[in-house]
Design a protein around this ligand. Structure first.
Ligand code: CTP
Length: 405
């Protein structure tokens, strides 16, 4: 997701500094290169050794450290980064930034740069609410500094309110948004993909022929337009796309849980071929073959994930796109499905065996919207994905501009 992105991480002195260690780990997991800078205050809470062990990089601490200047001057240090992240950002460091002060390595780096900066403030609730901090925050925002958090909650000092640093994964999301480029920059899109496997017993399951190719191609196309994509996928036969937040699942129920956990999203695309039924009581032991006796399976209905999300009263994505796999009367069935499931668009495809679409590399789709049906010519699944992602971008941009949808 953040492959080869270079993050300069400034850790200043607050109790939340311990969470910076987890942040480094999460960034490394996603392929980012992290160069830590530790302030004097930060070093009261975390050690340079733990930061360098987790980041695999040298930790910079002192403005006047000649070795550092010989290796890489402070100007170069911030210029080499794609993004400067301050986590935690104390009230004091925010005040220095707002006032343009440069009396230590961190504040000097922050002044001597035109690299984008994201801060994750963390402090006592009274310090956060203080007019001076709020004034500094307003100044920083108008200077183009990005912020994430703080969150509301219990504080280390025993008080309750705003001031807790955003969680490491929230900061990772904010970093991804800050680094994205394209018309969907800053947008979170949820994509479901692949089949689901519904267990009969520990070794057998019921599945379908979906390869996950179309959902994967859509996720790739959305990433290419700058979206932050959460990709919830059943056991697909194509590899997952790069650059997504990958959430692998097996069953429909697990897919629903993962989708709920991934919300809120600006748009959601349900390309998964979810099994409509599961075995009502899957055996936790392997069912043994007994001469003359056939196992009797009874089924239960799976939750409809698309209908659940499309019907949310609170936190419904602005655009909900479903798929319809039909074998006959495609437009009529898909139009009825759009109304039944309550989604905005249905991407309908004809999956009759003679079309070769299910599991194949091409698709012939019809998009059903409130305005009617629009047939697209048969094309590669990648081309369908590119066209659909572009259309999603236009729709979301219209929404942001407040135009009628
Ligand atoms: N879907 C879902 N959860 C389910 C079933 C389907 O999210 N339990 C979503 C699929 O991802 C797809 C859309 O609903 O976007 C249509 O799925 P489909 O299986 O074609 O529709 P059904 O509701 O099963 O209708 P029918 O069997 O009548 O075709």
């Amino acid at each position: 997701m953040l492959t080869d992105k270079h993050i300069l991480l400034i850790v200043s002195g607050g109790i939340a500094a311990f969470k910076a260690l987890d942040l480094v780990r999460r960034l490394k997991e996603r392929g980012a290169r992290v160069t830590p800078v530790l302030t004097k205050g930060g070093a009261q809470f975390v050690t340079p050794l733990s930061l360098s062990a987790l980041s695999g990089a040298k930790v910079y601490q002192d403005l006047f450290d000649l070795t550092d200047e010989a290796e890489m001057g402070h100007i170069e240090l911030s210029r080499a980064a794609d993004l400067i992240v301050v986590a935690p950002a104390t009230a004091d460091l925010m005040a220095k930034m707002a006032g343009g002060q440069a009396d230590d390595l961190a504040s000097t780096l922050l002044l001597a740069t035109d690299t984008p900066v994201l801060i994750a403030p963390a402090m006592n609730v009274r310090m956060w609410d203080h007019p001076a901090t709020q004034r500094n925050l307003a100044t920083l925002k108008s200077d183009g500094i990005l912020t994430v958090g703080p969150n509301q909650g219990d504080m280390a000092c025993g008080e309750y309110g705003y001031g807790r640093m955003a969680e490491p994964l929230e900061i990772v999301d904010a970093i991804s948004d800050a680094l994205a480029d394209g018309p969907l920059k800053g947008c979170h899109v949820l994509v479901t993909s692949g089949p689901t496997h519904e267990p009969i017993d520990p070794v057998r399951y019921i599945a379908n022929r979906s390869s996950g190719a179309q959902g994967t191609a859509i996720a790739k196309a959305l990433v290419a337009l700058g979206a932050r994509v959460t990709f919830v996928t059943g056991p697909a036969s194509v590899p997952p796309p790069a650059g997504v937040d990958l959430r692998p699942v097996e069953t429909a129920q697990e897919m629903l849980d993962a989708v709920k956990a991934a919300l809120p999203a600006d748009a959601a695309v349900f390309a998964a071929a979810v099994a409509d039924w599961r075995v009502a009581s899957a055996s936790d032991r392997k069912i043994k073959k007994e001469a003359g006796a056939l196992p009797q399976l009874t089924f239960a209905e799976n939750p409809d994930i698309l209908a659940h999300v499309a019907g949310l009263r609170q936190g419904r994505p602005a655009l909900v796109v479903g798929f319809a796999a039909e074998t006959n009367d495609v437009v009529a069935h898909a139009t009825a499905k759009r109304a039944r499931k309550g989604c905005d668009w249905i991407v309908a495809n004809d999956v009759s065996p003679e079309t070769g679409i299910m599991g194949g590399s091409e698709n012939a789709v019809t998009i059903i919207t409130a305005e009617g049906a629009e047939e697209w010519p048969r094309m590669g699944k990648d081309a369908v994905a590119t066209r659909l992602a572009a259309r999603i971008a236009v729709r979301i941009a219209d929404q942001i501009a407040g135009m009628p949808t």
